[in-house]
Design a protein around this ligand. Sequence first.
Ligand code: NAD
Length: 357
Amino acid sequence: MRKRIAVLKGDGIGPEIVGEALKVLEAVAVAYGHHFAYQDLDIGGCAIDKTGVPLPRETIDGCLAADSTLLGAVGGPKWDSVPGDRRPEKGLLGIRSAMGLFANLRPAKLFPQLAAASPLRADIVARGIDFLVVRELIGGVYFGEHKTETINSERVATDVMPYAEHEIERILRVGFETAKKRRSRMTVVDKANVLDTSRLWRAVAARMAAEYPDVALNYLYVDNASMQLVRDPAQFDVIVTENMFGDILSDEASMITGSIGMIPSASLGAGTRGLYEPIHGSAPDIAGKDLANPVGTILSAAMMLKYSFGLTKESEAIEAAVNSVLEQGLRTGDMMSEGCTLVGCRAMGDAICAAIG
Ligand code: NAD
């Protein structure tokens, strides 16, 4: 298979962690006979330094022309005083919207070797944590009308939460299709006892369920879901939910699995093209010191292989390599524990490449 990958290293630890992910992609290419071509493009602070804007046109065009995009992280103290509309983070929101990415996939998977890093009780963790939150990314209350007006001498604020049927259908389809590739269970999280939008989500889900007879579908209210995530996370496979509920639940989900440096994400649109990035930021405190954990970015590359290129076997080979390296006791500083071997960003990447080879 031949694929073109746009590479947005960004700022801070971005170049280091993306560098390791590219090494791993090359190890996969060699092992499985694929050819990946990479194009480096600027985003965030480094783009501001070169061009004056966080998202140059060339970057948008490059991402739209590529088969998929791998991103490190953006931002840092150097650009903290830049005016709001030109801040590095604007580049991130801009590229998501330019690529029409409406679905955010964030896996919550606990590697058993890191069980002690989870804040949950050992008996809960022992049942396993391996689920995926599919969050609607460009609709709902974050994108509805916001206004503050004065009525009867007091301020009244209003935020509108609109969802059209086609927006619901396309995100639910991502959920159903993803569930099919996993353990075929899907939970729609909503607030259907109160919200019209949630009732419409349920109606659309019920209609679409006929197309996916092999996927077991259930519904949970968001308050119950947030409780179930810490009570018994093993019950979940794929959770699909609207923008704001997904924002909150995906942070809860990532916390229960331990280190922020381990967690990948994918943002997907209508086609197979996506944007893949770790969930953490540019970690300026450890940038350039070979201290960063590259695993979140490496697992983001694994998600790219699976969701954009359909290379499930290769994606699983990366996950297995990460597992084997953790089994060997190798740890970066953020996930270090007694009896393990402390390694840097590069050595971690090398070990994962060796495990693939
Ligand atoms: P951060 O995620 O960069 O760092 C939080 C803490 O986690 C730091 O102590 C950092 O050293 C550590 N950490 C993060 N990733 C790590 C990794 N891979 N390995 C080891 N340790 C890791 O969050 P922050 O400090 O709030 O933000 C720093 C900058 O990143 C800010 O400019 C912020 O705006 C930006 N940011 C960018 C993104 C993104 O690009 N998606 C997301 C969040 C924050």
